[in-house]
Design a protein around this ligand. Structure first.
Ligand code: THU
Length: 151
């Protein structure tokens, strides 16, 4: 599978995951798909709360799920899509979205534990637009375990 095919696969999985976004407050659905070294994919959607500030981003939920499965060191790439929901709750739109700042820091935890830069595919709810980044481009000079004297 080429790099672009991998990105397309992750964006497709993220789109499916976004269908279970719990986002009744923002009505902005986000899906994330984490690719592991064995080719398996862990997906999640954003999970909002009536106490808005408690809401969790799709990428963070996907990586917490990956960690709970004992696979945090095995993350190679993550795909993310998002878009404003239509009346049926389906994310729409062709503009790619990228991970928020907090999620970049969460992705960095996997990068540090796995000792590899992580590929971040930013896609849209619909259409073909997709951009490939490295986490190190999205979060240069990241805070990590080394700053705590660990690792
Ligand atoms: N959101 C994510 O799930 N990931 C991001 O990287 C950016 C924002 C969610 C949080 C909230 O549920 C909705 O998108 C609108 O901010």
């Amino acid at each position: 599978m080429t790099d672009t095919e991998t990105g397309t696969r992750l964006i497709a999985a993220a789109r499916v995951a976004a269908r279970h976004a719990h986002a009744p407050y923002s009505r902005f659905g986000v899906g994330a798909a984490v690719l592991l070294t064995d080719g398996s994919i862990v997906t999640a959607a954003n999970f909002e709360n009536a106490s808005y500030g408690l809401s969790l981003c799709a990428e963070t939920v996907a990586l917490a799920t990956t960690s709970a499965a004992g696979r945090l060191a095995d993350v190679i790439a993550i795909g993310v899509i998002g878009g404003a929901m239509d009346a049926e709750g389906i994310a729409r739109g062709v503009a790619p979205v990228g991970p928020c700042g907090r999620c970049r820091q969460v992705i960095n935890e996997a990068a540090q534990i796995g000792k590899r830069d992580i590929v971040v595919w930013c896609g849209a709810a619909e259409g073909d637009a997709m951009t490939r980044y490295l986490l190190s481009e999205l979060l240069p000079h990241a805070f990590g375990p080394a700053d705590l004297g660990i690792g």
